[in-house]
Design a protein around this ligand. Structure first.
Ligand code: ZN
Length: 183
């Protein structure tokens, strides 16, 4: 299905939809920011760092956690935003593994098989999360848990490498900063 909306309208509609779906959620970080700040930050990073202005990529970035973290379905996204965006968000949705370790293992193994656009969104997402392990970590995370997260993010980023050189470089820069602070 093709969406009735396109261009800037698609991106604004995605922001409005995601804000509503995440309306009662907060990020786990100590700053207790509204959840929507995170997907907006991912889209902002794609645009600012890599100059990405493709509405499908930006809208999918804004919607990337809606299936995983709200009651949104792929069919619902396809109906409003079209199949391309729905497919991208589905690619970015974790398999519900039995344990955290299994879920993370799957995410690492899966990264290399993602489409180019999904790799860019995934890498920007990981870059934001790595920055958050320094600036806005979940309150209950110990230093070693934060270091473990960096290890995990590195493995996922390795799978995403090559989709966009500017995003690859930005990940390395943010990772080096986090390493300098967390060891
Ligand atoms: Zn995310």
């Amino acid at each position: 299905m093709k969406p009735d909306i396109s261009g800037v309208g698609l991106v604004i509609q995605a922001a409005h939809f995601a804000a509503d779906k995440h309306r009662d959620q907060r990020r786990k970080g100590v700053r207790n920011t509204p959840y929507i700040n995170h997907p907006l930050e991912v889209a902002e990073r794609l645009n600012r760092v890599a100059g990405i202005d493709d509405p499908v990529t930006l809208a999918a970035a804004i919607l990337h956690d809606t299936i995983e973290d709200t009651e949104t379905t792929r069919a619902e996204l396809a109906g409003i935003f079209g199949n391309a965006i729905a497919a991208l968000v589905a690619e970015l949705t974790d398999e519900p593994g039995v344990t955290w370790q299994q879920r993370k293992r799957h995410e690492i193994d899966h990264a290399v098989h993602l489409s180019e656009r999904a790799k860019m969104i995934k890498l920007a997402d990981k870059t934001c999360n790595v920055a958050d392990t320094v600036g806005n970590p979940p309150g209950e995370w110990t230093l070693s848990r934060r270091r473990d997260y960096l290890e995990f993010a590195r493995l996922v980023a390795d799978g995403c490498r090559g989709a966009n050189a500017a995003l690859d470089a930005e990940f390395e820069r943010v990772m080096a900063e986090a390493r300098a602070k967390l060891g």
